[in-house]
Design a protein around this ligand. Structure first.
Ligand SMILES: [Fe+2]
Length: 136
């Protein structure tokens, strides 16, 4: 299900919050372009945009975690790598089977829903780590 961005997803680090909103937009664009079956090149472009956006965003997060000596960095890196594995599988299936409602739903699950869970479960942890360090 398409969800609107909500401030309950904010983790309190302005640059990363801004990027999370952009990630959300990229996820919605991908979903909608898959459903718009006439626009094959739009799907390819939306997929490339999603991938590039995620790469840049993860780089920002990873640099931030390194800078603040986040102890669970390695685990977090594995989660980011897992995101790209699922995106690769989706892209593969889109090329083999072509766009469909089922693949659009899967795209939303892999991108939007993944991001929501990832923010709440993982990004919040490094934010708390950072904020605990910032006040002590
Ligand atoms: Fe993350």
């Amino acid at each position: 299900m398409l969800r609107d961005w909500s401030d309950i997803y904010l983790i309190g680090i302005a640059e990363i919050d801004r990027q999370h909103q952009g990630f959300f937009t990229a996820a919605h664009r991908l979903y909608e372009d898959i459903l718009d079956r006439d626009g094959k090149s739009a799907v390819v472009e939306a997929m490339a945009f999603m991938r590039e956006y995620a790469e840049q965003h993860f780089q920002t997060e990873e640099a931030f975690m390194r800078q603040h000596h986040y102890p669970s960095l390695q685990e977090h890196l594995r989660l980011h790598a897992g995101f790209f594995r699922r995106l690769d599988e989706l892209e593969n299936d889109l090329m083999i089977f072509g766009p469909s409602q089922a693949l659009a739903d899967r795209a939303l699950d892999i991108t939007q829903d993944w991001l929501i869970d990832h923010i709440a479960d993982e990004d919040m942890l490094y934010s708390l780590h950072f904020r605990a360090g910032a006040v002590s």
